[in-house]
Design a binder for this molecule. Structure first.
Ligand code: NAI
Ligand code: MG
Length: 336
């Protein structure tokens, strides 16, 4: 039977990279019944809401979604579609495996990190107000429940994937209550998993250490904002945002999407790198039990980057999104 998968093309480069990922999934031969959903600018114009109820319902019913990035206008009344989606579907963990790809030259050899980001709380809780004119507040909310849940997720992942270490990043020296609770929860879960080593690092030091020697880390667990920033930083270690996949995971639904945003600076020009969303689609196939197809996609992507003939502009080349996609499809078909 075909897998039912909701697909949200999003804005900016979203539709371009989503078309690429769908094409690559179809080339694996796995049967998918795609349920196309609208979100972002198009949904706003057509239905007056950038995240319409019908889109949420479709994802809830399919339980799995592939999503392109959605633009968040700065300074308007609307809450970010991404934040609403993650909160609405209780996608509490964001998982970003950051791995070097063959043929992509960077300062580092063989980076292999996993970022686990808490996805529902912290400064993204959206509680903001004006105290008096000229004084505004954003409230950072942590709950014990969400901190324990993300710590448990990081350790469970480490065990399942045979990773050696979990590092909790924090700034509990300054935010003694919020980051203090986060650390306390990580320590409690770490104590239940003696087979995984556990360490703590101040988040500013983490940023420096990552650029000096990324491989001293393995799985890194962070609260929402630190996770957002460190994910982009870590993407830079392996060649940029065009390469790093991700998944937003909850108990009921999982939404697969790249770390990158809608890249308005290059949108509509057929030059975006589709690899990040194609690798997100591979994570998705693995999640729905199509591990062989997922591996085949990864092999095809690695073949294309190693060969080095097709490079999009972010990788210093001139290949178009569609050319890179076709190259990956050809590699996939040869391998199959
Ligand atoms: P961005 O990730 O869209 O772009 C940052 C830089 O990386 C740009 O120079 C862009 O051209 C480049 N880049 C990103 N993805 C690329 C790709 N696949 N291939 C080649 N180059 C790529 O971040 P930015 O500019 O801060 O945000 C743009 C919009 O995206 C904002 O409205 C933001 O809110 C939204 N956004 C949405 C996300 C989502 O839907 N999950 C995640 C992050 C940002
Ligand atoms: Mg981000």
């Amino acid at each position: 039977m075909a897998h039912r998968i909701a697909v949200l093309p999003g804005d900016g480069i979203g539709p371009e990279v989503t078309a690429a990922a769908v094409k690559v999934v179809e080339a694996t031969g796995v049967a998918v019944a795609w349920e196309w959903c609208t979100a972002g600018k198009e949904a706003m114009e057509r239905l007056g809401d950038p995240l319409p109820q019908e889109t949420l319902e479709k994802i809830r019913s399919a339980r799995v979604a592939l999503k392109g990035p959605v633009t968040t206008p700065v300074g308007t009344g609307h809450q970010s579609v991404n934040v609403r989606l993650r909160k609405g579907l209780k996608l509490y963990a964001s998982l970003r495996p950051v791995r070097s790809l063959p043929g992509i030259r960077t300062r580092y050899d063989e980076v292999d990190l996993v970022i686990v980001r808490e996805n529902t709380e912290g400064l993204y809780a959206g509680i903001e107000h004006e105290v008096v004119p000229g004084v505004v507040e954003t409230i950072k909310v942590f709950t014990e429940e969400a901190c324990l849940r993300i710590a448990r997720f990081a350790f469970d992942y480490a065990i399942k994937r045979h990773r050696r270490k979990v590092t909790a990043a924090h700034k509990a020296t300054v935010m003694r209550m919020t980051d203090g609770l986060f650390l306390d929860c990580c320590r409690r879960i770490a104590a239940q998993h003696p087979q995984i080593s556990y360490e703590e690092v101040l988040v500013d030091n983490l940023a420096m250490q990552l650029t000096l020697n990324p491989n001293q880390f393995d799985v890194i667990v962070l609260e929402n904002l630190y996770g957002d920033i460190v994910s982009d930083l870590a993407s830079g270690l392996v060649g940029g945002l065009g390469l790093v996949p991700g998944a937003n995971i909850g108990d009921e639904c999982v939404v697969f999407e790249a770390v990158h945003g809608s890249a308005p600076d290059i949108a509509g020009r057929n030059i975006a790198n589709p690899i990040a969303l194609i690798l997100s689609a591979a994570l998705m196939l693995e999640h729905v039990g199509e591990g062989r197809a997922a591996q085949a996609i990864e092999r095809a992507v690695r073949y294309v980057t190693a060969e080095g003939r097709l490079r999009t502009a972010d990788l210093g080349g001139t290949a178009r999104t569609t050319e890179m996609t076709e190259g990956i499809v050809r590699a996939l078909e040869r391998n199959a």
